[in-house]
Design a binder for this molecule. Structure first.
Ligand code: CMC
Length: 370
């Protein structure tokens, strides 16, 4: 009997087809429904990209107006949800708060178990609107600040920043935020998206899939890396320590957060676009010191390990400059990726097969109680 081939971490395993995005490491490209993500980041609003990922085509102006209207109408947190958030200790990580909040949003929806495409789209838009409200409110309560109500005059990105900071920042900041949201929105069968698909494959509801995906995204090998990058920057302190810090970290076999990728081995296709946005923020906030640290660590990592940065490397410091608390960075990733997750939930449900792989047993041989 030959032992079955086991691919640890399912590396290189093609689990299913998808029409939502294409990651091509050879050409270093990422397409959402056929469009290069860089073009979308340059030209589109986040709402347009959400529509594209859900429906397969960019919206007409009427469709976009409709989406904007429903997103704006869904931004208020219910008093019950606020009360639950208020009761969660601030020792809990914001990802845990968000996980709990999304679970409650699902429990409050009397149609949670309806799984037609139309019902799923309604839920997806509801989450699109509610997640920023939760993330903004949680950061504010941790700072001892009051809730800022949503502003129906503002688009998604502006309103998110308004609800977090009580004002809409300069266009250069809003734009960098919009770019980050578009770049984070979708990335094929990454760990959290695959989690969402596994949950959907049992015919569980969309909210359960998103709650599970939030759990998967929290880890530092996945979405938690954008937060972890900022902790690394804080540990290093200033640029001249970068090389010595890296030597120590590598000597103690640490994984350097924000570097490396399971799929991209010659660079993450999203990095140049996000790095350009970071450069504009560095200029705006006059923080050349941050850029110097960024550049020196990247160069040292290239020289020592020949490993390149992933999207979390530029987005971490970008969110820091925008004024977000470090622990809020991964919830920002959720706000964006919830679009990709829900697109995958709908795709999985439309042509479902229960996801249930096999395992090779390597425990003790059969034995008996004596
Ligand atoms: N720091 C140090 N060494 C690394 C790193 C890193 N960041 N990434 C890979 N390596 C080494 C790894 O130790 C291994 O070396 P060796 O062959 O000597 O054991 C070699 O490179 C191959 O790496 P691997 O672990 O087989 O690669 P993987 O495909 O399993 O890992 C990864 C991918 C993302 C988990 C890994 O690169 C990593 O842990 N990076 C740090 C965390 C991070 O930034 N995650 C964000 C991922 S991308 C966006 C997102 O999802 O948010």
């Amino acid at each position: 009997e030959t032992a079955p081939e086991i691919r640890k971490g399912l590396a290189g395993v093609v689990a299913d087809t998808t029409a939502i995005s294409k990651v091509n490491p050879e050409t270093n490209s990422l397409l959402y429904r056929g469009y290069p993500v860089q073009e979308l980041a340059e030209r589109c609003s986040f709402e347009e990209v959400a529509w594209l990922l859900w429906h397969g085509e960019l919206p007409t102006s009427d469709q976009l107006a409709g989406l904007r209207e429903s997103e704006r109408a869904g931004r208020e947190l219910t008093p019950e949800l606020r009360e639950v958030i208020d009761r969660i200790p601030t020792t809990a990580h914001p990802m845990d708060v968000l996980r709990t909040a999304v679970s409650l949003v699902g429990a409050q929806d009397p149609h949670a178990d309806e799984a037609t495409e139309e019902a799923s789209l309604t839920k997806a838009v509801r989450l699109l609107a509610q997640v920023p409200a939760v993330v903004a409110y949680d950061q504010r309560r941790r700072r001892g600040q009051d809730l800022v109500p949503p502003d129906p005059e503002l688009g998604y990105a502006e309103n998110f920043l308004h609800m977090t900071f009580g004002q809409v920042p300069e266009p250069v900041v809003v734009d960098a935020f919009r770019v980050s949201l578009i770049l984070y929105a979708e990335h094929s069968f990454n760990a959290s998206t695959f989690t969402a698909r596994v949950i959907t494959s049992t015919m569980a509801d969309l909210y359960s899939a998103v709650v599970g995906a939030i759990g998967a995204l929290k880890g530092p090998l996945h979405g938690g890396a954008n937060e972890a990058v900022m902790h690394v920057f804080e540990e290093i302190g200033s640029a001249e320590n970068a090389e010595a810090w890296l030597e120590d970290a590598l000597a103690s076999k640490r994984k350097i957060m924000g570097f490396g990728h399971r799929v991209y081995k010659t660079g993450d296709s999203r990095v140049p676009t996000m790095k350009a946005a970071l450069d504009r923020l560095v200029e705006h906030y006059d923080r050349p010191d941050l850029l110097e640290l960024y550049t020196r660590l990247e160069a040292a990592m290239g020289e020592r390990k020949n490993i390149l940065p992933n999207l979390d490397y530029p987005s971490g410091p970008a969110y820091h400059l925008m004024g977000f608390d470090t622990a809020t960075f991964t919830p920002l990733f959720v706000a964006s990726r919830v679009v990709g997750w829900t697109a995958h939930v709908m795709e999985q449900a439309a042509d479902n097969a229960l996801i249930r792989p096999l395992s090779e047993y390597d425990g003790p041989d059969e034995r008996h109680l004596t």
